[in-house]
Ligand binder design. Structure first.
Ligand code: GLU
Length: 416
């Protein structure tokens, strides 16, 4: 494989790996290699200065044999069809590994949210949804938050969909604010799921969480909650970073205090008592557990042999390249792959959808208990395969996910 592979090339290579392990029927392999539907739209909106903004919108629906399409929408400059397709494919495996009844999808709009006003963002979201509305719906495709979209974005999506249908449809989107049908615990769910996996993995490799040194790259919703929950478990958060750069303290950082500082100054850098470091230095920090919670392609063949952590939990999607995977596996570093580690978000999305469909509202305790049960089960399903097949966790997770989807295709058959 080329070194400068695209996200889709990586996702295809991962599918090939699972297909080989599973001895997959080549016809099913062929079907799963391509998404079922890819949509490109031009999202045209009025800007505050009376000019017009034209933004490219994408929605890719990979495969829906196990249930309706499900996946986040990210707002990010330079999003490509290649990347969104790869992420949609990963969602298919992720939902199958978590054993929730969904297929994979992903959406994106090429936009720098920092350059738009709140009003412009609202118009952008409503216009984008109106352009793909025929392909969405509670039994078709259910969006959710992803990079640079949040509960407010989901509220606009619910309202747009409902206005166009003529009645309120809270179950058309997840990750909504609680007051309009969102689930308790959705905001922190991805970070929580990461730490459930870390706990399970730590017990398998004999790592004591109390006092374990943790470094976290990315301090958005997922990074912050992972940091906060690891801190509550007694871990020492030695390094945190955001897009500007990072901070290090051998004494440990209080994530809540770092958040307050970031909200005040715009970055985690220059935090009192800590040393500024770069994002590259953060990855190579002396720590036990490394949590990449930012962008893809962060751990590469250039730095994989410099990673000091014993465990890596991929909170971001695709932070490790295939060459780095190989190096980490040879170095016996325990890597919990994205499609397992960050599935807490979509699991609680599923709980939200079930609550909406049944017009119920569960307590936070109930949600957290169910999340822990699902994450622990998924982790151990994957772990069992690593033992049986003597494979690393990524290969095992892919084998489980792809295998479940392939079984569904085989049973359903190909229509007509
Ligand atoms: N965007 C999240 C992910 O990549 C959540 C998706 C969802 O809740 O549907 O898993």
């Amino acid at each position: 494989m080329a070194t400068d592979h695209t996200p889709l090339a990586v996702a295809q290579a991962q599918l090939n790996l699972a297909a080989k392990k599973l001895n997959l029927d080549p016809r099913i392999h062929k079907i799963l290699s391509e998404p079922k539907r890819s949509i490109i739209v031009s999202v045209d909106i009025k800007l505050d200065n009376c000019s017009v903004g034209v933004f490219r919108g994408i929605r890719v629906q990979h495969w829906d044999v196990r249930g309706p399409f499900k996946g986040g929408i990210r707002y990010y400059p330079n999003i490509t069809m290649d990347e969104v397709t790869a992420l949609a494919m990963l969602m298919t495996w992720k939902c199958a590994i978590a054993d929730i009844p969904y297929g994979g999808a992903k959406g994106g709009v090429c936009v720098d949210t920092k350059k738009l006003s709140k009003g412009e963002l609202e118009r952008l979201t409503r216009r984008y949804i109106s352009l793909i509305v025929d392909y969405l719906g509670p039994h078709r495709d259910i969006p959710a938050p992803d990079m640079y979209t949040d509960a407010q974005t989901m509220a606009w999506i619910m309202d747009t969909y409902s206005q166009l249908k003529g009645y309120s449809v809270p179950e058309c989107v997840t990750g909504k604010p609680v007051e309009i049908g969102g689930s308790e615990g959705r905001t922190e769910a991805t970070g929580k799921g990461v730490i459930h996996c870390v706990k399970e993995a730590a017990s398998k490799i004999g790592l004591k969480l109390k006092g374990a040194k943790v470094a976290i790259q990315g301090f958005g919703n997922v990074g912050f909650h992972a940091a906060q929950l690891a801190h509550e478990q007694g871990c020492k958060i030695v390094a945190i970073s955001d897009s500007v750069g990072g901070v290090y303290s051998s004494q440990g950082l209080d994530p809540q205090a770092v958040l307050v500082h970031k909200e005040k100054t715009g970055s985690v850098q220059n935090f009192n008592g800590a040393t500024n470091i770069t994002n590259e230095e953060l990855l190579e920090t002396n720590c036990d557990i490394l949590i990449p919670a930012a962008l893809q392609n962060q751990i590469t063949r250039k730095n994989a042999d410099k990673i000091q952590a014993r465990m890596i939990a991929e909170a971001a999607n695709g932070p490790t390249t295939p060459e780095a995977d190989k190096i980490l596996s040879e170095r016996d570093i325990c890597l919990i792959p994205d499609i397992l580690a960050n599935s807490g978000g979509v699991i609680v999305s599923y709980f939200e959808w079930v609550q909406n469909l049944t017009r119920e509202h569960w307590t936070l305790e109930e949600v957290n208990k169910k999340l822990e049960a699902k994450m622990t089960k998924a982790f151990n399903d994957v772990y069992l395969i690593t033992q049986k097949e003597e494979s690393d966790m990524r290969t095992a997770a892919l084998t489980l996910g792809v295998g479940r989807v392939a079984d569904a295709i085989k049973t359903l058959g190909l229509w007509p």
